[in-house]
Design a binder for this molecule. Structure first.
Ligand SMILES: Cc1cc2nc3c(=O)[nH]c(=O)nc-3n(C[C@H](O)[C@H](O)[C@H](O)COP(=O)(O)OP(=O)(O)OC[C@H]3O[C@@H](n4cnc5c(N)ncnc54)[C@H](O)[C@@H]3O)c2cc1C
Length: 384
């Protein structure tokens, strides 16, 4: 079937990044079609589950701070538009040794962007947040504008708003191929062929499949997450008394977690998971023994939680770049095709702002943000 009315843009992948871009395009009156191989709300990619951290004093690099500040504004605007609560700001503790990358990086971002933060010693941390008992050599930097998002509600809000604004969406329809066609693109799915002027590939851990011979240095990494059930819980883990946290328990190794939500007190070790060539080979079962590294990591900051029984566990996947910075760039051979892989385990918080800037790139060919750190050619010479 050849679509009679060509689209301006086709978006492949309606997870965090594709759904946000679809919304910002439709809001501008762009004729846009969104395609996803899985059902809406599926749990096979990277955007499912009950929580994602948002934080402002970005220890990875200060370049991310303006992007998360814009994301903050846009999540609030989307809440207003849909009447759906999406983001809870209850504070965040960036924990580690003073000379560690997490504490130093957090303070650098706070200083460079003039953000007010407090450095709490173990006694101050415990006084304010009684569930935490930090070991003596640790400090906690308080990020008052940190908190968490409801990822599934965020994706739904973007999709519903995009459709209200005129976007078309097809789920359970896999894109099997695309090709550049006279300055535009032709996209073939299991159900038909569509034509558009521009194409966004926001296909998460499946991206390599859609790039054919043009290989990007992306790896798929399995992550196990755990919802713990503290035995004695006198409200110590409630959002008002328990901030999100990221803790550098060894140089470069981080665990992170959330207050108590419906499924329990979620925590996980970041990275260190099995990497696989593709999604199909991701192990989805979680063995009991897999919680041990998390328990060991949590002990110096949350001794009570580190002993709590596991109420639930699950898996999810990171799509990693070698430097853990994002990819937002045009295909080097086809400028009408935009490749979006903003993950490496920390992309969700930015999705609202990345949706906006990708809509700018797809309609105006430029963005207000400096995207040089996200360019593909930073691996010049390494790409096939
Ligand atoms: C365990 C875990 C914890 C995380 N914690 C945080 C956090 O606290 N804070 C944070 O900011 N980020 C976090 N992240 C990262 C964040 O969730 C991801 O960066 C983000 O969800 C990536 O979204 P995406 O749209 O790129 O990918 P996805 O949501 O995976 O979307 C890709 C979509 O493309 C579709 N697709 C793929 N191939 C095709 C095809 N051929 N045809 C049609 N459709 C196709 C898929 O069905 C899928 O829906 C975490 C990730 C994980 C896994």
């Amino acid at each position: 079937m050849i679509s009679s009315r060509p689209y301006d843009v086709i978006v492949v992948g309606l997870g965090a990044m594709g759904s946000a871009t679809l919304y910002h395009l439709a809001e501008r009156g762009v004729r846009v079609l969104g395609l996803d191989r899985n059902a809406a709300g599926h749990n096979l990619g990277s955007s499912h589950g009950d929580s994602r951290i948002i934080r402002e004093m970005y220890f990875e690099h200060p370049l991310y701070v303006p992007l998360v500040q814009r994301a903050h504004e846009l999540w609030r605007a989307l809440e207003k538009r849909t009447g759906t609560p999406l983001m809870t700001i209850n504070g965040g503790l960036m924990i580690g040794r003073r000379d560690g990358a997490v504490v130093r990086g957090t303070l650098r971002s706070a200083t460079e962007h003039g953000l007010h933060c407090e450095i709490l010693d173990p006694a101050e941390t415990h006084a304010r947040y009684p569930a935490f008992s930090l070991a003596d050599d640790l400090v906690a930097v308080l990020d008052p504008r940190a908190g968490y998002l409801d990822p599934e509600a965020c994706v739904r809000a973007h999709l519903d708003s995009a459709r209200e604004a005129g976007a078309s969406t097809h789920f359970d329809e896999r894109v099997v191929a695309w090709k550049a066609d006279g300055g535009g693109v032709r996209v073939t799915t299991e159900a038909g062929t569509y034509a558009a002027d521009r194409l966004l590939l926001a296909s998460g851990s499946w991206t390599a499949e859609l790039l054919g011979n043009f290989a990007l240095p992306l790896t798929v990494e399995r992550q196990a997450v755990f919802w713990l059930q503290p035995e004695t819980d006198t409200g110590l883990f409630d959002p008002a008394r328990f901030p999100i946290y990221a803790y550098e328990y060894e140089p470069g190794s981080i665990c992170y977690g959330f207050p108590r939500l419906a499924r329990g007190v979620k925590a996980s070790v970041m990275h260190g998971g099995e990497t696989t060539p593709d999604l199909a080979s991701v192990r989805r079962t979680v063995y009991e023994s897999e919680v041990r590294p998390l328990r060991a990591a949590l002990r110096p900051i949350l001794p009570g939680l580190s002993r709590a029984p596991v109420r639930e566990s699950g898996t999810c996947v990171f799509t990693n770049t070698p430097d853990h910075d994002f990819i937002i760039d045009s295909h080097p051979l086809h400028p009408q095709v935009l490749i979006s892989s903003p993950c490496s385990g920390h992309g969700f918080k930015f999705a609202s702002a990345i949706g906006e800037l990708q809509a700018d790139l797809l309609t105006r060919g430029e963005s207000a943000f400096d995207l040089a750190p996200f360019r593909i050619d930073r691996w010049r010479g390494d790409l096939a």
